[in-house]
Design a protein around this ligand. Structure first.
Ligand SMILES: [Zn+2]
Length: 310
């Protein structure tokens, strides 16, 4: 299985609850596995980013001319390194999507003979991404650009219109829901803690807002009910945002899932998509455990689960 990763994802944010070191630590943890091949991404082009984001917002990000309230809303200090690191990360999700769908190295015009009618399950992981709070015209909650939305638009550009986004970060996928609200070709599923950030939750195709402290059993039961609805959309590619922040010791989440519960979650998603024979793209999304090592272990376990299914 191919895993997209760059050590440039570790961005200096000063003292911050978002541990960008996690990307490197996960990659190191997985580096000895013979069944995982690491792929270095190319940055997304500004034209690709413009498939989702407004020209005005991209110009402000590029030139460092965001207003004070915009920086406050993004909750990240602006720097050229930050912008370039996240632009690279958008490219990483695009790369993983092209690998999973077998569209790598093709353009819209050259893919005429390509067939996805194969029973071989293809999965690619991105040790990064899942920046679901980014909207077309602004960034929010540590998410400057919406990598999954951009990658979905790139796939649509290349002829794969029907897409499902399964967002299991503890926080609602507000940016993603907003972006695809009026695109019936994209099924957005967000399963999240209802009484948590963000306050305003634009409607996903399917929102499952869970109570505080839902714990494993409730969570897995709800997921089992939700997944068939996403698959009934007959997606040609599934994006999975495997947030580590539903974890019981997360500083920003309150769903209180155990490590075992999270592993069962991953297995359920991967098995469902694998059984349907649909290409799967795994991204990490959030993770803010008190102990960084827990976040790293949860994310690494997700990727190992995917590699085992490949
Ligand atoms: Zn989150």
């Amino acid at each position: 299985m191919q895993a997209v990763y760059s050590n440039r994802y570790q961005i200096d944010l000063g003292l911050h609850v978002f541990p960008t070191a996690k990307y490197r630590l996960i990659a190191e943890r997985l580096s000895q596995r013979p069944d995982i091949t690491f792929v270095e991404p190319e940055p997304a082009t500004w034209a690709e980013m413009a498939l989702v984001h407004t020209a005005d917002y991209l110009a402000k990000m590029r030139d460092g001319t965001l207003g004070e309230t915009e920086v406050d809303q993004l909750e990240l200090p602006w720097s050229a390194e930050m912008v370039e690191g996240f632009r690279l990360m958008v490219g990483g999700t695009i790369q993983a999507a092209l690998i999973a769908t077998g569209l790598e190295g093709t353009s819209f015009k050259s893919q005429g003979g390509l067939s996805l009618e194969t029973s071989d399950f293809r999965v690619a992981c991105h040790i990064g991404g899942g920046l679901h709070h980014a909207f077309p015209n602004h960034g929010e909650g540590f998410c400057p650009f919406n990598d999954v939305a951009v990658a979905a638009r790139v796939l649509q550009d290349r002829g794969l219109a029907r897409i499902a986004i399964i967002d299991l970060d503890v926080h609602h996928g507000n940016g993603t829901a907003f972006i695809f609200e009026s695109d019936p070709r994209v099924f957005t599923l967000s399963m999240h803690q209802q009484h948590n950030y963000p306050v305003w939750k634009p409607r996903s195709t399917l929102d499952v807002g869970l109570p505080d402290g839902a714990h494993d059993a409730t969570y897995l039961r709800e997921l089992e009910r939700a997944l068939p609805q996403a698959m009934a959309h007959r997606p040609q590619c599934v994006f999975f945002l495997a947030g580590a922040d539903p974890y019981e010791d997360d500083q920003l989440g309150g769903l209180r899932l155990t490590r075992d519960g999270l592993q069962q979650r991953d297995r359920m998603v991967i098995e469902t998509v694998r059984t349907a024979g649909v290409p799967l793209v795994v991204t990490l999304a959030g993770g803010y455990a008190r102990r960084l090592d827990d976040t790293v272990s949860i994310h690494a376990a997700t990727i190992e689960e995917a590699a085992g299914a490949a």
